[in-house]
Write a protein that binds this ligand. Structure first.
Ligand SMILES: Cc1cc2nc3c(=O)[nH]c(=O)nc-3n(C[C@H](O)[C@H](O)[C@H](O)COP(=O)(O)OP(=O)(O)OC[C@H]3O[C@@H](n4cnc5c(N)ncnc54)[C@H](O)[C@@H]3O)c2cc1C
Length: 356
């Protein structure tokens, strides 16, 4: 039996792929409330969902077909962002996870509603100690615990690359407001704003910046957050046109970690790391969900080969992951480099430094 820990999209993809391969799998998935972010699922991510037989999961409750992306980046004008492979979907991430978890459960995959506290390598597998006092031994384990990165001890060489956080809130749209299903990204001195319509007639509004650059009291006082929006012309106009600008001051934002973190080793004995537990990336390029789905699915296939005595797919998994990350980091560096209007500001200076 193979253990999958965590029921974000990486863990759900891993469990589903193992089941498709006829493997016995147990998913350890504490039923904890998850933040209901509005996120963009790229076409690449949608393709992985299709490969898992989940094309129909993007229901009205879960996703809106994106009708475009706009940005104010590198200059003052509002531009349309062209995506070669299509526009993707605007998601309610928590609803997607719920929908996929129900499908996994319907398939008969056992789901344990508890946390894993610790892991121990065994000669032929991995022993997981669970928060309910029991333990579980598997021939391999896929760690999909997101930024908590349960298995990432010293051997994983996990590094944090920046201090990015998101100050965010989800607003109900007033009756009669009919925004185009298109996201907006706007660069400002402190970082960048992200506005994205969500299913259920809602709008995700987020300011991405570094934790040490955000003003004190931001998460307690909505007026501070609303004040910051005044520097973002396009985002402010969009909020005004949707009748939401005055609501910002009444809703102080939540602050969530969004820093880039990555391990140097994705495979350690019979433990494989996938999704944000392997590499959590800056959401600017909206690659996190696609990478989590891809890596969950790939780690599952590599784990099966590993327990059958073939380590090659696990080595390739690690190599492909690292190569993909390198490409991602270079593309992201180039994207930040395109914005030079605020080059004297710490947020941008940090991102304009050459990559290590
Ligand atoms: C503000 C923000 C905006 C983003 N926007 C986008 C976007 O627009 N597009 C995009 O593609 N990506 C975006 N991302 C990134 C994307 O959300 C993540 O990359 C992706 O959701 C990671 O999925 P995951 O399954 O690896 O981890 P998670 O979704 O974090 O899931 C981890 C799971 O593990 C469970 N867990 C943790 N510890 C334990 C334990 N000890 N035992 C058992 N279970 C445990 C948790 O309960 C959780 O369910 C964004 C991220 C942030 C923070």
């Amino acid at each position: 039996m193979i253990i999958v820990v965590g029921a974000g999209v990486a863990g759900l993809a891993a469990a589903r792929r193992l089941s498709m391969q006829g493997q016995k799998v147990t998913l350890v998935a504490p039923q904890e409330p998850q933040p209901s972010f509005g996120e963009t699922l790229s076409e690449r991510g949608a393709l992985v969902l299709t490969s898992l037989g989940w094309a129909t999961c993007l229901t009205e409750k879960v996703a809106l077909r994106s009708q475009g992306r706009f940005s104010v980046w590198g200059g003052e004008g509002l531009r349309t962002v062209q995506d070669e492979d299509g526009q993707g979907y605007l998601l309610d991430k928590a609803h997607l996870e719920q929908e996929l978890l129900e499908r996994v459960q319907k398939e008969g995959i056992p789901v344990l509603n508890t946390r894993v506290l610790s892991l121990e390598h065994k000669p032929e597998g991995v022993l997981a100690q669970l928060a309910d006092g029991s333990s579980l031994e598997g021939s391999a384990l896929i760690d999909c615990t997101g930024r908590a990165a349960l298995s990432a001890g010293a051997a994983a060489e996990r590094r944090r690359l920046d201090r990015l956080v998101a100050a965010w809130q989800v607003f109900d749209l007033p009756e009669g407001a009919e925004p185009l299903a298109a996201s907006l990204i706007e660069a400002v001195e402190l970082g960048w704003w992200y506005l994205s319509p969500m299913p259920g007639h809602r709008l995700m509004v987020a300011l991405f910046s570094d934790s040490d650059l955000l003003p004190d009291g931001l998460s307690r006082d909505g007026t501070v957050w609303a004040g910051l929006l005044s520097c973002a012309d396009a985002a402010r106009v969009r909020m005004e046109s949707l009748g939401l600008e005055s609501q910002m001051a009444d809703h102080s934002p939540k602050v969530s970690a969004a820093a880039s973190c990555m391990v140097s080793y994705f495979v350690e004995g019979r433990i494989l790391r996938a999704g944000d537990a392997g590499a959590a990336m800056d959401p600017l390029a909206a690659n996190g969900l696609a990478t989590a789905l891809w890596s969950g699915s790939q780690a599952a296939q590599a784990a099966v080969a590993l327990i059958q005595g073939n380590p090659e797919p696990a080595r390739n998994y690690e190599k492909d992951y690292l190569m993909g990350l390198l490409g991602h980091l270079n593309a992201q560096h180039a994207l930040y480099g395109m914005e030079q209007r605020f080059k004297a500001q710490p947020f941008w200076q940090r991102r304009h430094r050459p990559l290590d």
